[in-house]
Write a protein that binds this ligand. Structure first.
Ligand code: SAH
Ligand code: SF4
Length: 362
């Protein structure tokens, strides 16, 4: 059993079964999530007999680091993990200067540690993905399996432990790595709860972002939970036929149904929704498309995050150039929909959105 798969009550039950006092569970919990210990022998506040028992009965390693790659600008690291069953997953660390998302701002070591600088983790929720979006490398590889909550938590702990060595800390967690978080709803939410626990890692709900392909029933379920977690929807088209051509999920949930679910979410939570938009040259980047999109989103508390398409092996579409991206952004904004163009990160190591395919070649 992976130790990160346990929540605090389960850990307490386990310790009780071992005839240990309950407070030991809290000590282990704090060791894991406050001190960021990664091996049983680091728990020096526990008796050696209990440390041995932990080592015998529980696993501290969710995966093996197969390889990692740093982008040439030094701000992005992609780590490839091998799970015990041989499946490969990836998680990415992005260091940003604030507020312009400009790596140039974070060139000096001091600046890198500055309070304003963000350390964003992009975490996987599945090995592969079943949704089959044609422009996405993970979609192109197909579905392997759900990750357990502990396997999701362990990706965060891996980077948290690494960052701690240089006095840095994680500032944001986005579920935009491999997989569709709402297809693996329970485990993703359980991972968030574990990381959010105030006796443990205490990572604020508002610093998480779930990105979904648009599974309408799960968006509604998520709305009913009334969490402070941010929600992003991958839309990429304003017309059902056009969306279906690149996103098979549109067969089940049409754009209007997804947007209705978002409207429900906003009514329930009063939180702003992000719509993600990969700009594909000549496909979804024209002023006409921008106006159609604006009409669809009118009146919604939302904004659009557009990002020029990242290249993947299995898709021939090309990224929109800067000029046309700006025109798309301006057209949306003139129609009353706020839009930001995101910088592409880690392209040279295939760690950009939709490029994670669990292959060493990237
Ligand atoms: N399955 C979830 C989260 C993982 S994908 C989702 O689809 O939202 C994270 C983001 O990367 C999504 O917005 C997705 O649409 C986007 N994406 C996928 N492939 C991309 C590509 N080649 N270029 C740019 N963005 C891409
Ligand atoms: Fe899956 Fe998201 Fe990629 Fe679509 S974009 S295939 S939902 S990971």
């Amino acid at each position: 059993m992976l130790i990160y798969d346990l929540d605090l009550p389960s850990l307490e039950t386990l310790l009780k079964n071992w005839n240990e006092p309950t407070y030991r569970a809290k000590q282990i919990w704090q060791g894991l999530y406050q001190h960021l210990y990664s091996t049983p022998d680091q728990f020096t506040n526990l008796p050696t007999s209990l440390r041995s028992k932990l080592a015998e009965e529980l696993s501290f390693n969710a995966f093996r680091v197969k390889t990692y790659l740093d982008s040439s600008d030094g701000f992005t690291r992609k780590t490839l993990f091998e799970l015990p069953d041989g499946n490969l997953i990836e998680a990415v660390l992005m260091r940003y200067g604030d507020p312009a998302d400009d790596p140039q701002m974070a060139t000096s070591a001091t600046n890198r540690r500055g309070a304003k600088n963000r350390r964003t983790l992009c975490i996987s929720t599945q090995a592969g993905c079943a949704m089959g979006c044609v422009f996405c490398a993970t979609g192109q590889m197909g579905y392997k399996r759900h990750l357990t909550s502990g396997e999701i938590v362990a990706q965060v702990m891996y980077y948290a432990q690494m960052l701690k060595e240089s006095d840095e800390a994680v500032s944001n967690i986005v579920f935009m790595g491999m997989g569709e978080p709402f297809h693996n709803y329970d485990n993703t939410l359980a991972a968030i709860d574990r990381l959010n626990d105030s006796d443990g890692y205490h990572f604020g709900a508002r610093r998480f972002t779930i990105s979904t392909v648009g599974l309408a029933p799960q968006i509604r379920r998520f709305a009913d939970e009334g969490r402070q977690v941010n929600l992003a929807i991958s839309l990429h088209a304003a017309d059902d036929d056009e969306r279906l051509a690149i996103m098979p999920v549109n067969k089940r949930y049409k754009i209007a149904e997804v947007i209705d679910a978002c409207r429900y979410y906003i009514e329930k939570t009063h939180r702003r929704v992000t719509f993600e938009w990969a700009l594909i040259s000549g496909v979804n980047d024209t002023p006409e498309v921008a106006r159609k999109l604006a009409a669809r989103l009118k009146g919604l508390l939302c904004h659009v995050n557009a990002i020029p398409l990242n290249p993947t092996k299995g898709f021939s579409g090309e990224a929109t150039d800067r000029q046309r991206a700006t025109l798309f952004q301006q057209t949306l904004e003139q129609a009353g929909i706020p839009c930001t163009i995101r910088m592409r990160r880690g392209i040279d190591i295939a760690a950009g959105c939709g490029q994670l395919a669990g292959a060493e070649s990237g």
